[in-house]
Design a binder for this molecule. Sequence first.
Ligand SMILES: [Zn+2]
Length: 338
Amino acid sequence: MPQDELSASTPARRGAPEIYPWHAEVWAQMTRRLDRLPHALLLYGQPGLGKLAFALRLARRLLCAQADAAHEACGACQSCRLFAAGNHPDFSLVEPQEDSVVIKIEQVQALRGFLALRPHTAARKVVVLAPAEAMNAHAANSLLKQLEEPPLGSTMMLVTSMPARLPLTVRSRCTRFLFRAPPRPEALGWLEGRAQDAVSLLDAAGGAPLRAIELERNGFPAQRAKLLGDVEALSAGRESPVACAARWKSMGAENCLNWLHGLIADLAKAALVPAAALANPEAGARLQPLLKGLHSKALLRFLDLVAESRRMLGTPLDEQLLLEDLLIRWCRLTKKLH
Ligand SMILES: [Zn+2]
């Protein structure tokens, strides 16, 4: 499962949660009336948007004894110091333990005792559970019981990139806050100086800036060169779509399709407005000569197919077949050109 962009060693875990500009609106919305904040929140949205960092920032703010007018935790009071040290007695972060990928029922049951006690130093108790979809069925059931009888003065935040994997009964007990990818220019501005070749990375990341950083760290630039080589070979009729689909599946179908979507969108734009600057000039230089004669309408139709394939990724449909189908269509489209 995609980890939501924070590892145990990041400063956020040690008490200084990162503040991301694209959170401003949700932050303002939530902090406007903190006293009216619902007791259970579901923070959801695609991976790579910093939802967990947001939850930790809000937790620190809720526990702080003297937050400033800008609704940020002070960073200096006893509560903030305890939070920074990672041992605030009124805060609990529930996540899969050690090598496990599952949040177990024992972990959720332990919350009952934690929430039953009065707060030590803060005005309330705060729980962050992430990634919430890692709860097994027993854990989710135990959580449901606690959500049905919320202890007074507590806030529970469930963080997930896959809300559909949570039981509807759990979801319906929470007030939902959707996190969206920032507008492209904002995301690219933020990535400037943080990542090389931000445009391709952001495409592959489906627009999520932190996912783009993670992709770079995990060697996506090398992968991208292979992907571009594949599209080039497919367009020239030198490669089998079936073999290519198998490689793409092993590289991670989602990243590949995200990247392909960005590439085709770019090529379609160039076909529509010949003077437009390409976001991927290298890809353009290699592919445009091969695709000469391909109408922008055909590219836009194929772009729809890529988008449709991306949507189908979350379904039980076989990824290999999905990729094969798409790449076969690309070969058919480009076959007439050579
Ligand atoms: Zn404070």
